[in-house]
Design a protein around this ligand. Sequence first.
Ligand SMILES: Cc1cc2nc3c(=O)[nH]c(=O)nc-3n(C[C@H](O)[C@H](O)[C@H](O)COP(=O)(O)OP(=O)(O)OC[C@H]3O[C@@H](n4cnc5c(N)ncnc54)[C@H](O)[C@@H]3O)c2cc1C
Length: 448
Amino acid sequence: MTKKVVIVGAGPSGLLLAHYLLRRDKPGTACAKSDRKYQIEIYERRADPRLVSFPKYRTYSLALSPRGINALSHIPGLEEAVRAVSVEVSGTIIHQKNGKTVFRRIRTPQLTLDRTNLAIAILQKLVSSYDSSGVKIHFDSKCTGVDFANKIVKFENNSTGQTEFKNVNYDLLIGADGASSAVREELLNTDGFESQQKYFYKDYKSIFISPPDPKLKLHLQPSNLHSWRLRLNNATNLLLLYQLDGSWSGVINFPHGKNQIAELCSKQKVLQYFQENFPEIAGAIAEEEAEAFASRPISRVVSVSCNRYHHGDSVLIIGDAAHAVPPSIGQGCNSALEDVVVFDRLLDEYSDNLVEALEQFTVRRRPDAYALLELSNYTLPLSQKLFIEFLVRTSFAKLMHKIFPKRFQPFLFDLITESTIPYSEILKTYQKWINKVKKTNEKFLGTI
Ligand SMILES: Cc1cc2nc3c(=O)[nH]c(=O)nc-3n(C[C@H](O)[C@H](O)[C@H](O)COP(=O)(O)OP(=O)(O)OC[C@H]3O[C@@H](n4cnc5c(N)ncnc54)[C@H](O)[C@@H]3O)c2cc1C
């Protein structure tokens, strides 16, 4: 019998899951509605991203590594569609205070693109592959509650100016609604469910550098991520990524509540701050962008940890809704997309028996999600001394791995971003380093 799946959230993980569930029908067969294993309805709180343009600061660039790319690659044509709107980067250039740079090459290039463009690429592929008998997508529909006993999820739609309420029944409810998940909030009312949310110690602001104005100088390489740390012990850093339209987009991360960035309230102050602290890019910041930067809201980052991701045989949370992490090692989206692969494998293993597949998702995924949070918090040291050790270890391991690939593996960061080895295995291998960084970072955080 066809199961009705309601997915809350049309972000990367929710949309990719729709592809994977619909593909579970025999490929190439035009299934009658009653023959389908799954029929999908997706509800998204925001407007259709194909039709409206969002203020740039509400989206940001992210990097997809082999984990995320592998998840896309199982849907025919999807990886290609995402590549078409991405820029491939082959390394990171770390700009030092003394003007020198350190280049960290990555063996497997990453794809960098705007988070909303990633969602649009997955969405377009979905609507071009399936008609409304397979998937229906409702935008401007915010989930406001769930009645787990009666399998009903509630939505509110304000798009017409008048609030409309809708109750939707489901066989399987997927909460793919991000770090502030409404579905997860509702799970808190179920027996034994626990979830912890913690603000990251750093906030961020987006920054945009328009396509090159010949008068403005910017000597950066489009095929690399560029990174600056403001005085090594200040915990403020800037990341810039090249965009397909010739512009650069990035974020400046800084400690919450105790930073000059929060006080930059005029165009002059912004330009002066960048001139003093990031002179290589200051000359390329247009006056309009400096003005926009001053009034742009500061964004906070939250991490999420849950003791389970399912409820009975009918509810699952995935992606950021289940395990949001700080973006420090760029794995939030990669792990969200990987969730879909893990769940799909479980549906194979348990022949689409939801009782078992949902329960096993918690059992299999929880150790990796816990490990990912540790890795996100403590792979990169904050102290100058330990950061230099990190760079030396990374370079040495890279060299040894190149010469003796079977005997030496890359150092921690490279292993996370260049492989698909489970996060829990990586943590086990590098627990000592994580403990060391944890100790110094915690001491260090007390001083900023
Ligand atoms: C600055 C920054 C940089 C990052 N860089 C990287 C990176 O380089 N690499 C990486 O892998 N990850 C990165 N991430 C993390 C990444 O963006 C997230 O992990 C990823 O977007 C999670 O995907 P998702 O589909 O689970 O959730 P989301 O992308 O958050 O999507 C959730 C969707 O649900 C919708 N929604 C929310 N509430 C409701 C509701 N009540 N009803 C209906 N719909 C709802 C939202 O509008 C949204 O569209 C970064 C994050 C930030 C903030």
